[in-house]
Unconditional design. Structure first.
Length: 75
């Protein structure tokens, strides 16, 4: 089995315009929106929504790192 067929060849992306960057930024933006709404809801802070938004941030960070290592982002 040849070494060239095992990994994807990274493309030349400019300034974070890569699938890995988008997989990291879009969910984080949504998570911060959810977290902000959780603080503004009447009746106090909704800690469940804050926790959900924190989990989304962590998962998007992991997804961005994995996609970058697979060759879908900048190095």
């Amino acid at each position: 089995m040849s070494k060239s067929g095992d990994q994807r060849t990274p493309r030349d992306y400019h300034h974070g315009r890569s699938p890995a960057a988008w997989a990291g930024t879009i969910p984080v933006t949504i998570a911060f929106l959810i977290g902000s709404i959780a603080f503004l809801l009447p009746g106090g802070v909704n800690w469940l929504l804050v926790g959900i938004s924190a989990v989304i941030v962590v998962l998007s960070l992991i997804a961005a790192i994995v996609l970058r290592e697979l060759g879908y982002g900048q190095k």
